[in-house]
Design a protein. Structure first.
Length: 267
């Protein structure tokens, strides 16, 4: 029988203690997806817990995406693999009641996207570059309608998601893809993306083409610099469009700067 002690001065829920103990067992025994946990009766004896407590603990693990349960003959609790989409959904739930701004997202993207691009560079092959070229082809022209405009905006983010797939640093890649998902899901971004005046695609494509060329040349310093400029440009453009959407031309310094640059180009 396992005794579950905790160093915390506050008494934890019995269910939480059992959840942590099962997690520890999974790691220590090297259990893999598809492996079965002990039957309910065994878990009750192992942790000196009631049926209800064990079931609550298993339900918690299932909600966390760490196990799946199956009823009937051959049923039980089995180790599962949490998908990236599930992990992002859980993280999004944490941020559900919080205010997340475009500026906050890009504060991270400006730092992390250049790093993930450099991390991916040595793993990129011809198939990867063909994938990137195929994605660019989705938004290298004017959209025919509102649906295609939306699809193009999503594809622009998918470009960066594909780059992240090839990164050596799994945590860095996950974080970048999560930030890209936030941009897809954020209400204010949705309002921006459906506008007939999207972020200028030609400039974005130019950054992406230059980055691909630097990757193929094995120039990590240039990859980092190009992606840094790309993210800074994307942030300015998004904040500028947000200011236009809100009619806040005079009060948003970023928008004001962007509008001033456009006026200079028009002269």
């Amino acid at each position: 029988m396992i005794t579950l002690d905790t160093p915390s001065p506050l008494r934890r829920k019995r269910t939480d203690e059992i959840v942590d103990a099962i997690k520890k067992t999974i790691i220590e025994h090297g259990l893999q997806p598809g492996d079965r946990l002990p039957q309910e009766r065994e878990l009750m004896e192992q942790y000196a817990a009631s049926k209800g407590t064990i079931r609550e603990a298993l339900k918690s693990l299932e909600v966390q995406g760490l196990i799946r349960t199956r009823t009937g003959p051959g049923g039980g609790a089995f180790i599962d693999t949490m998908s990236e989409n599930r992990a992002m959904s859980l993280l999004s739930n944490y941020l559900f009641a919080k205010t997340v701004t475009i500026g906050e997202i890009y504060a991270l993207r400006k730092v992390l996207e250049p790093l993930v691009a450099v991390s991916a560079m040595t793993n990129m092959d011809e198939t990867a570059y063909r994938r990137l070229d195929g994605i660019i082809a989705i938004y290298d022209h004017e959209p025919a309608d509102a649906q295609e405009r939306w699809d193009q905006r999503m594809a622009e983010l998918d470009f960066h998601a594909v780059v992240a797939e090839y990164a050596d640093n799994a945590l860095l890649a996950f974080t970048c893809r999560f930030l890209q998902r936030l941009l897809k899901d954020l209400a204010v971004c949705h309002d921006i993306y459906i506008q007939p005046k999207p972020v200028l695609r030609a400039q974005g494509i130019q950054y992406q083409r230059k980055m691909i060329a630097a990757m193929q040349a094995g120039d990590a310093e240039s990859v980092h610099a190009i992606m840094s400029d790309h993210m800074a440009y994307a942030e300015r453009s998004m904040l500028d469009l947000q200011a236009e959407l809100n009619g806040d031309f005079l009060h948003d310094p970023v928008a004001r700067g962007g509008n001033e640059k456009r006026r200079k180009r028009q002269k």
